[in-house]
Design a protein around this ligand. Structure first.
Ligand code: BGC
Length: 780
């Protein structure tokens, strides 16, 4: 846990001014660099000390047996886990006779800065060896957003005070040793030294290693090229063996003189390409990087990010910490998705091995909304990945005796990776979440090519799933029984309101899409009868409601359950799933994470303002937020219900999840959904952004703490800037055609004639609901 203030508060960077070895693993996640294809944790250049070494390639995983005490039909047989691939970031240093290792000698100064505008991690360090030699080390590291295979490091060492002899060893290391993994020993075995060597090479400036995973059969190639600048008589040599390729650079430095190594690293992987083809591929990527050169890579990175920030920046006045956290969040979400290109966006991005590197509904429901309105191309790629995995989803549905496609609850390559049915495949809502992301993307971009090529099929196959999973009762009402909603403390329940409403939207969207695309409909074998059945089911979907309490039920019968004994639950007994049996959680009124409250956000037209307020007041005291996916959603609905202070507190919790390590697991990787949720809390919470048919609606309201909030959205080729003050909001068209939006329900035309300025209606005044004891919003 981070017990000291780790980072300074600055608007455009995250700066650590001292090295704290006790929280090294956390800072490695915070300082991770990625482009969605390659991910490098923020490990120290020298490789040691480390918390968790990590270099990841999106999609590179190993298979291992899944543990079952008792076998059952339809249980997935094989688990998938992300693996730590060949590490290209290592630059070891020897100063006179001693290794530069910050556990020894004296660290005079150590600073690391994640620069959110330049997209680099910079480090400066001054260190005195146990024998008294002092050196200054500077490094700059980037994972290129413009050349997706490429990462690079510039590493420089300077003699301070006395002359010294230094040796820099630039390495590629495969099968590096990792801390003991917890859990199933069979999985641990499969993941220890997962790479079998195929090729190694070293010359006087280049290194290359090619490996292959044992079971998943993926070939991984990593190569490096170097430019060395040093004093006369600097010597360079290369050597390699199966798992290590090393370039050794030796020089004697007079005081004030420097030795500099620029290292370009290229990565590639494939399940089909041959060894020579993979070697060639990484050499080609290196050649392209060398053509840009170090300065060129830096310039491209800056240009890419300038463009991103012009489309995506969120400005917060009045709270510097939230300002920083918002940009940190946007940066990491961009890193997770920018170049994922038809691969999943995992729950931890490529910042750590938590959740085995799996992707969940987190992607479609939390990450893609942000990207839809700021970097929509990444959304098309992420959804095309889902489309690419349709065959596996269709097979899974068939295995379960269902029609259409059943997408996995958690996965890397498309097949179900969850070994626990109640909080796994039973969470069928992931299918509607994918459909929702398709509709959101198509409405926001008008990308009809995508809709025709991938969108329609995704909608149709998920609609088929719902039609076969649910049934009409004797009165014609449509029920979906035996499913798990977002709240994992209720499982295998009937008529989860969130699932039913999302399935409803999915069924209607599929019926609309086949009308727009008759050719696609014919190709997929959809006839009028089928789409009419979807509409019938959608219109008849059951929404359980408790008339006595005047609230919607999270699922049928939920409000009849015994209330969890919150009063006698100690603070140390959270998260509950680690201290109580699921059986007890399942039969009590206790909510892990926003579920009905999420339904009110994503399917808002089904709830009027009074219902929102009543439902929120009912579910707040039951919601313990044992998932990081909850605070941002509660922020949105708190803001809508007029509880602006509470909404602010939840925003703080979502925003500081990783910067303050609130769940004590940032070491395993960042919570990408909660980071994206920071944007959600600000833009959908205080900005009140909602989809409104084919357009957008806003209902802005500022919490007391903010004096101004501004953000940008991209919609149907237009760029809008929304600027909110305490008593008015201004909508400005920055580029593209004019648009009509709603401001607190009133249509507003936003065109090139300057900002449309709208007054803020009064905020409804209601008593703020309480949270369970010890479970108030965290973060400050
Ligand atoms: C949450 C899920 C989420 C998963 C990955 C779980 O704790 O309950 O909703 O998808 O974490 O973030």
């Amino acid at each position: 846990m981070i017990t000291h203030r780790s980072y300074t508060v600055e608007p455009w960077c995250v700066r650590e001014t001292e090295l704290h070895l006790d929280v090294l693993a956390q800072s490695e996640s915070v300082f991770a660099l990625s482009n969605g294809h390659v991910g490098w944790r923020g490990n120290l250049d020298e490789g040691e000390p480390h918390g968790l070494p990590g270099s990841y390639l999106n999609g590179v995983h190993e298979l291992h047996p899944l543990p079952y005490a008792e076998a059952g039909y339809g249980y997935p047989e094989s688990g998938q886990s992300v693996i730590d691939v060949t590490n290209g970031k290592i630059l070891r240093l020897l100063v006179d006779d001693e290794p530069f290792d910050l556990r020894y000698g004296q660290v005079v100064a150590h600073e690391r800065v994640l620069d959110l505008r330049r997209g680099v991690l910079e480090r400066t360090c001054e260190w005195t060896s146990p024998a008294g030699s002092t050196v200054r080390v500077r490094s700059t590291r980037l994972v290129s957003l413009t050349q997706r295979a490429v990462a690079a490091v510039a590493y420089e060492v300077e003699a301070v005070g006395d002359r010294c002899r230094v040796v820099i060893q630039s390495e590629l290391v495969a099968n590096e040793s990792l801390p003991e993994p917890d859990g199933d020993p069979r999985a641990a075995r499969a993941l220890t030294s997962p790479l079998e060597p195929e090729e190694h090479f070293a010359s006087r400036n280049k290194l290359r290693l090619v490996h292959r995973t044992r079971r998943s059969g993926l070939r991984v190639a990593v190569a490096a090229d170097h430019t060395v600048t040093g004093p006369p008589r600097t010597t360079i040599s290369g050597e390699s063996d199966a798992d290590v390729a090393r370039l050794t650079v030796t020089a004697v430095l007079e005081p004030g003189r420097r030795l500099r190594v620029e290292k370009l690293v290229a990565h590639g992987w494939s399940g089909v390409r041959s060894r020579p083809a993979m070697s060639g591929q990484v050499e080609a990527a290196l050649a392209a990087a060398a053509h840009s050169g170090w300065d060129g890579l830096l310039a491209e990175q800056r240009e890419y990010l300038d463009d991103f920030w012009s489309r995506a920046d969120v400005e917060v006045d009045g709270d510097e910490e939230i300002q920083q956290a918002a940009r940190f969040a946007l940066f990491h979400v961009l890193q997770a998705g920018a170049r994922a290109e038809r691969r999943a966006i995992p729950a931890k991005g490529l910042t750590g091995s938590g959740y085995d590197g799996h992707a969940f509904w987190d992607t479609e429901t939390f990450v893609l909304p942000l990207l839809t309105y700021t970097a929509p191309d990444a959304v098309a790629e992420a959804l095309r990945w889902r489309h690419d995995t349709l065959d596996a989803a269709r097979e899974r549905a068939a295995q379960l005796g269902l029609d259409g496609a059943a997408f996995p609850w958690r996965t890397i390559e498309g097949s179900e990776g969850s070994a626990y049915w109640p909080a796994g495949t039973a969470a069928f809502h992931v299918n509607a979440d994918i459909a929702d992301a398709v509709v959101r993307y198509v409405t926001a971009t008008g990308d009809t090519d995508f809709e025709r090529e991938a969108g329609v099929e995704l909608l149709v196959e998920t609609a088929r799933l719902w039609r076969s999973l649910g049934h009409h009762d004797a009165h014609g009402t449509f029920h979906i029984d035996g499913v798990t909603g977002p709240d994992e403390y209720s499982a295998v329940v009937d008529d989860n309101t969130y699932t039913n409403l999302m399935a409803r939207a999915n069924l209607l969207a599929a019926a609309d899409a086949v009308e727009r695309h008759p050719q696609q409909a014919a190709r997929l074998g959809v006839d009028e009868e089928e789409s009419a059945a979807w509409r019938d089911a959608a219109e008849a979907v059951h929404l359980p409601y408790n008339d006595d309490l005047g609230v919607h039920e999270q699922h049928a019968g939920f409000t009849r359950y015994q209330r969890w004994d919150f009063e006698n639950t100690a603070p140390g007994q959270y998260p509950l799933m680690l201290h109580f049996p699921y059986f007890d959680l399942y039969r009590k009124q206790v909510v892990k994470q926003a579920d009905l409250v999420l339904a009110m956000y994503l399917c808002g037209s089904h709830f009027d303002d009074e219902q929102v307020a009543r439902n929120f007041a009912y579910y707040e005291p039951l919601t313990v937020r044992d998932s990081s996916l909850s605070a941002c959603v509660q922020a949105v609905i708190a803001a809508q219900a007029g509880h602006l202070r509470l909404a602010y507190d939840y925003t703080v919790e979502a925003a500081l999840m990783d910067l303050a390590d609130l769940e004590h697991n940032t070491r395993d990787g960042l919570h990408i959904a909660s980071l994206a949720g920071t944007w959600t809390a600000l833009v959908a919470g205080f900005g009140g952004l909602r989809r409104d048919g084919d357009s957008l609606a806003f209902a802005p309201r500022l919490p007391e703490r903010f004096s101004r909030l501004a953000f940008h959205v991209q919609f149907l080729g237009s760029r809008l800037r929304v600027e909110i003050g305490p008593d008015k909001a201004a909508y400005t068209l920055l580029s593209g055609p004019s648009v009509t939006i709603r401001h607190h329900g009133t249509p507003v035309r936003v065109n090139g004639d300057g900002p449309a300025v709208c007054p803020m209606p009064p905020t409804p005044v209601r008593p703020a609901p309480a949270q369970p004891p010890h479970r108030g919003p965290g973060g400050r």
